[in-house]
Design a protein. Structure first.
Ligand code: GLN
Length: 231
């Protein structure tokens, strides 16, 4: 049960740049909603975490292969992933949103014909873009990091990108030169992830800790700290 995690140290893998869920601040510290959540839950439940910032796909693979105990990386709870992973209770409702450069003429998917679209390997954004690529006549390029997608748009190497809406909104607010011209797609909620059937005590402790943070106001504080008015 959740008590058996006390005093133990768990390896937790995460994405590199998925602000405001995980990113490095100006001091190089790994911060964000996921980082505050897992640290607060660990403290609440009496375990320690060793966090490794690997990138989304690498983080998920590490947990699947047993090199990591848990992934917390804004990972969407999907039926397909449930075949190989167990998820915690949901802690955030998300959805995919397209971003284009501020100067772009693209106003919707119908303008993507002949264009290049940047997506992140192994993500829901990638899956969604690929699911409509043929219909709208664009090609996708998969990269490992959100920051790379943004750089590709800034450099004119791609015309649009798909990422989760809070990440797109945060980037725009930070002045990354992008804009959103469509509505977000209905998406799945985020959950912490363990390999299927493994680390069940840790998963239980996560859920227990999350419930405590929701009850004592810490969860709301963390959301407000990073999402402000968007929380
Ligand atoms: N929520 C998306 C997914 O799970 C993206 C996660 C991420 O890029 N860190 O596929």
């Amino acid at each position: 049960d959740a008590d058996s995690v006390k005093g133990k140290t768990f390896t937790v893998t995460t994405d590199t740049t998925f602000a405001p869920f995980e990113y490095r601040d100006s001091n190089g510290e790994l911060v964000g909603i996921d980082m505050d959540l897992i640290r607060a839950i660990a403290k609440e439940e009496g375990f320690d975490v060793k966090i490794e910032s690997l990138g989304f796909n690498a983080a998920m693979v590490a947990t699947q292969s047993g090199n990591s105990d848990m992934t917390i990386a804004g990972a969407s709870i999907t039926d397909e992933r449930k075949q190989t992973y167990d998820f915690s209770d949901p802690y955030f409702d998300s959805g995919v949103l397209m971003a284009v450069p501020e100067s772009s003429d693209i106003t919707g998917y119908q303008d993507l014909s002949g264009k290049t679209v940047a997506v992140k390997t192994g993500t829901e954004g990638e899956a969604f873009a690929k699911s409509i690529a043929e219909k709208y006549g664009f090609k996708t390029i998969s990269v490992d990091q959100t920051s790379t997608m943004v750089q590709m748009l800034q450099a004119g190497q791609a015309d649009a990108m798909f990422d989760d809406y809070p990440i797109v909104a945060y980037g725009i607010e930070q002045g990354n030169g992008m804009k959103a011209v469509t509505e977000k797609e209905a998406g799945n909620s985020y959950g912490a992830v363990v390999a299927k059937g493994k680390n069940q005590d840790l998963l239980q402790a996560f859920n227990e800790g999350l419930a405590k943070l929701k009850a004592n106001g810490t969860y709301d504080q963390i959301m407000e700290k990073y999402l402000g008015n968007n929380a």
